[in-house]
Design a protein around this ligand. Structure first.
Ligand code: ATP
Ligand code: MG
Length: 722
């Protein structure tokens, strides 16, 4: 009965509790940000375990990031009191896909040690295929085709199924052929791309009903977080696993929020929400309306903004949390991104002085290039930060080179890795040699490393090249022998030394070289957390989260896209300018959908904040190396005055620097005239022709306050209309 309900249930509201306790049959939880959807999923798993409905290994749970998976596992442990003995099937679509595929690789023509290619590898491979077809790869760029393939795979399409128009659109109608050639080549390389991690299991299940049945029996419960962002392939995969033969309960529970669908550009289909009710008849749809995360102001600002979207299912959100001390959402202006980073840095330091942990703060950017400015600034300030969500660290050149060595040791058929490092550092193996080797390998249909081992026995190569290649082959032979019995971090160090790779950077006189050496060290250090080189490689190929020093108190920096599902006391949202946010791509499209997706992204951004939310725009920004004057984002105009205030010129903050008018805080006797503006802002106001816009920021007599933590209270200031 109610009275004896276990602890983990008592804190829930009635709707949440219903979602947790309805364990049999399909359930769809549709609810806004911060209403406890993820908490419901976590508690549901705890409930299933605590009531002995299933073993941990019988639960399939999909999260959007690896980090989210880890957190969920931890929380389940807390709820059921004690560590959960493994939840092998809790992870992202991709990580679960890898696991399935490793078990059944042979059913799709791979062997279980297949390599997972990253985007760069894929593009390089496609370029080779395009060239091999005798096509001009300038006219038909590999990158573009890689995107097309990715798009098809997101829709779950095999070469035979792609739309005729698509197939015709690329390379004089050779689209389909190239897609086939690409898949064949992947098979030869014993490799797959990200899309295949889903498509191969789908193919495998379809072709092998007995295997599918095995998993139907295994997975008694299926759960999916961030359901609004599943793409068609993911949905197909899910449906295969969750739809049971007649008579067997379909214990599937998906939670999501259509207002947070932000991966349409990657093929996500909000319509999957509607499909669910069709494919799982009798599904119970539960709505959660109480927000537990944010202040009234934050919620009010986000709700008002998202109401500008037309294509919504619509929902109510409220909070009981009304505290007169809660500040409004604050809009700040800065001259340029350097000033923006400096001012945010100061704000963070102020909060830190007031004992706010850095872990509770995040900077969420629209585009990853924005990160560098903050990273630079924080390094200067000595502020700890971590970059989350992007493969930034692993994308660095030296890291990719090092990884190529490691990959080739574990997977000798990995030709892309071979080509990347065979002459890095320089060993006198020029293009001619590589081409000869390439042809030799192709003719015999063997991987390049194997071909190298053969060709050095012949006299096809010039003596010098032959000797150099001999050395490479011998090195890899030695390392492969060490693979099983040497600690992998030791092996990694040895590889970087013996290959001459570390020396290459030691001898490099460029300014970046020392940093690269540090990164290599960091790479080896980061391997310690893994049991084997293979485990590490797999991790890296899957990383959606880059954690540096998990335990350090640090500000998080990440893109808005990877902030989904997370929450922080204080959130900084820089770069709210037309062209950056909303992004130029969405504006160029002209249609409504791109812009609405940007607005959902803004909604996601604001709703990450629990207590404090700061929006920024600058009047000058360097984009792709060019300085551009910018206009404040239209999203700023769409915020409700009741929940938002405009800060004074930011240079008055920390006491150094002057605002664009040459004024500093020390000059300030009288209030600045319009000093909350920057030239860009004014120009923007002048340029705006859309009369329907709510230019609240300029409204005559509208009262705003300066935020200033720790100062003598907020100073009221009136902004004069123009
Ligand atoms: P998002 O849409 O951003 O993913 P969500 O709906 O998944 O949000 P959660 O992250 O699960 O929301 O919950 C938001 C916050 O509210 C969390 O800190 C969570 O612990 C808290 N919360 C959820 N439900 C309750 C509750 N019943 N009582 C107290 N706190 C709760
Ligand atoms: Mg969530």
């Amino acid at each position: 009965g109610q009275a004896s309900a276990p602890d983990y249930l008592t804190g829930l509201n009635p709707e949440q509790r219903e979602a947790v306790e309805t364990v049999d049959g399909p359930v769809l939880v549709l609810a806004g940000a911060g209403t406890g959807k993820t908490r419901v999923l976590t508690t549901r798993i705890a409930h299933i375990l605590a009531t002995n409905r299933a073993y941990p290994s019988q639960i399939l749970a999909v999260t959007f990031t690896n980090k989210a998976a880890r957190e969920m596992k931890e929380r389940i442990g807390h709820l059921v009191g004690g560590a959960v003995e493994g939840m092998p099937w809790l992870g992202t679509f991709h990580s679960i896909g890898v696991k399935l595929l490793r078990r059944h690789a042979e059913l799709v023509g791979l062997s279980s040690d297949f390599t997972i290619l990253d985007t760069d590898d894929v593009v390089r491979l496609i370029k080779q295929i395009i060239q091999a077809e005798g096509l001009d790869d300038k006219r038909w760029p590999a990158k573009q085709f890689a995107q097309m393939i990715d798009g098809w795979k997101n829709k779950g399409l095999d070469p035979a199924q792609i739309p005729e128009g698509d197939a015709r659109a690329f390379a004089n109608g050779k689209g389909r052929e190239l897609y086939v050639a690409y898949q064949n080549r992947l098979k030869t390389l014993n490799a797959c791309d990200f899309g295949d991690l889903l498509l191969h299991p789908i193919r495998m299940f379809r072709a092998n009903p007995d295997v599918l049945k095995e998993y139907h029996q295994r997975f008694k419960y299926v759960l999916v977080d961030e359901y609004q962002d599943t793409n068609t392939a993911q949905y197909m995969w899910l449906r295969l696993l969750a739809q049971r033969p007649q008579g067997i309960p379909q214990n599937v529970c998906c939670v999501g929020d259509d207002d947070q669908s932000i991966y349409g550009w990657r093929g996500a289909e909000v319509d999957n929400i509607l499909r669910f009710e069709r494919d799982f008849p009798g599904a119970k749809v539960i709505k959660l309306e109480r927000n537990y995360r944010s202040t009234e102001h934050i919620l009010g600002a986000a709700g008002h903004l998202i109401a500008h979207n037309e294509g919504r299912l619509g929902k109510t959100l409220f909070t009981d949390r009304v505290d007169p001390n809660d500040g409004k959402v604050v809009v700040h202006a800065a001259w340029d991104s350097e000033e923006e980073a400096r001012a945010i840095g100061e704000e963070i330091e102020q909060l830190q002085r007031q004992q706010h942990p850095l872990n509770n703060m995040a900077i969420l950017v629209r585009a990853s290039f924005q990160m560098r400015e903050f990273e630079d600034r924080f390094v200067t300030l000595g502020l700890n930060y971590r970059v989350i969500g992007g493969p930034r660290f692993y994308e660095r050149m030296e890291i990719r080179d090092a990884m190529a060595y490691f990959r080739l040791i574990c997977q000798p058929a990995d030709d892309l890795a071979f080509e990347r490092i065979v002459n890095t550092p320089k060993r006198g193996l020029g293009d001619t040699t590589i081409r000869a080797l390439h042809d030799y390998a192709r003719a015999r249909d063997v991987p390049m490393l194997a071909a190298a081992a053969d060709i050095i026995e012949t006299d096809e190569l010039k003596p010098k090249a032959r000797k150099a290649l001999f050395d490479v082959v011998m090195m890899f032979r030695r390392w492969s022998e060490l693979l099983e019995n040497t600690p992998h971090t030791e092996l990694a160090e040895q590889v970087l030394e013996e290959s001459g790779y570390t020396d290459m950077w030691k001898n490099d006189k460029s300014a970046e070289a020392p940093g690269r050496l540090d990164n290599l060290k960091e790479l080896v250090r980061s391997m310690e957390a893994f049991e084997s080189l293979r485990g590490f490689l797999e991790h890296v190929s899957l990383v959606m989260d880059v954690e540096q020093n998990e335990n350090l108190d640090a500000v998080s920096i990440m893109t808005l896209h990877s902030a989904k599902g997370l929450e922080f006391e204080t959130v900084f949202l820089p770069g709210w300018e037309e062209g950056l946010f909303p992004h130029q791509r969405a504006l160029d499209e002209g249609g409504r959908s791109g812009l609405e997706e940007e607005r959902r992204l803004a909604y996601v951004g604001i709703t990450r904040a629990k207590r404090r939310c700061h929006l920024w725009f600058v009047s000058n920004r360097r984009i792709h190396g060019l300085w551009q004057s910018t206009m404040p984002s239209r999203f700023l105009d769409e915020l409700p005055p009741a929940h938002v205030e405009v800060a004074e010129a930011e240079t008055s903050y920390g006491g150094y620097g002057r605002n664009p008018y040459g004024q500093s805080r020390f000059d300030k006797q009288e209030p600045f005239q319009n000093n909350y503006t920057t030239p860009g802002w004014k120009r923007a106001q002048a340029n705006k022709t859309d009369a329907t816009r709510d230019n609240w920021g300029n409204r005559s007599g509208h009262s705003v306050e300066r935020i200033g933590y720790g100062e003598s209270g907020p100073r009221a200031k009136t902004i004069d209309g123009e």
